[in-house]
Design a protein. Structure first.
Length: 222
């Protein structure tokens, strides 16, 4: 991946980078937030990469398989309850096993798992391929904020959600949002600082948690 400017730009002084973050924060706040929560909507954020599209497709395919299995098993249970209850079947048959049935319920799940594995394993392997990064950032999740460290630049800062811990939007939070370039719609989505990376660069993020399990993602518009 090539940068729009030489990589030497990444080695500029810490003060220059921090100043760029302040300027970029204002520009980021003006961008539309793609994939933001929408009332009544379900599903994933729009995918921005092939890997994300493959994961979304795999999730949909698994949902179809799981739904079909659930409906099939539920239908069998209802059929057995209605057909073989004491009232409908007062004189039940006596047998110890059914070899074809036992072979079927062993082979069919194996075939289903092989089918799922044929699609899920390539996606898993793609996730394990970490590219060589132009920028390397260590991301640490804390209870209710994030810490960022630009490993090669010796720059580190923390990012707090604007209005964190506040149940409702009030005038003080709104003023803080407006000061950072956000509006009321970004309440509980906006942070006081933002991660800034060069356009067109390959960025490697090492994500870890300092206390509890955290999830970290990037909206496609970023």
């Amino acid at each position: 991946m090539h940068l729009t400017k030489p990589l030497a730009v990444l080695g500029t002084a810490t003060a220059t980078l921090m100043a760029g973050m302040v300027s970029a924060q204002e520009q980021i706040a003006e961008l539309p937030i793609i994939g933001r929560p929408v009332d009544g909507a379900v599903g994933w954020q729009p995918a921005a990469t092939k890997l994300a599209r493959d994961i979304h497709w795999l999730d949909g395919m698994l949902l179809v398989i799981i739904t079909a299995i659930t409906l099939f098993v539920t239908g069998l249970l209802i059929f057995v309850i209605l057909r073989y209850n004491r009232k409908s079947n007062p004189k039940p048959a006596v047998f110890t096993h059914n070899s074809p049935l036992e072979i079927a319920w062993t082979i069919v799940p194996i075939v289903i798992l092989i089918f799922i594995g044929a699609f899920s394993l390539p996606v898993l392997f793609d996730q394990q391929e970490i590219p060589e990064g132009d920028v390397h950032i260590k991301v640490t999740g804390f209870q209710w904020y994030w810490g960022y460290e630009y490993v090669d630049e010796d720059v580190a800062f923390e990012s707090f959600m604007i209005g964190a811990g506040m149940g409702n939007l009030n005038e003080d939070i709104l003023a803080e949002l407006n000061e950072a370039g956000y509006g009321a719609d970004e309440f509980k989505l906006a942070t006081d600082t933002a991660v800034v990376v060069p356009v067109g660069a390959t960025v490697v993020m090492d994500v870890t948690g300092a206390d509890v399990i955290h999830s970290w993602t990037i909206p496609p518009s970023a």
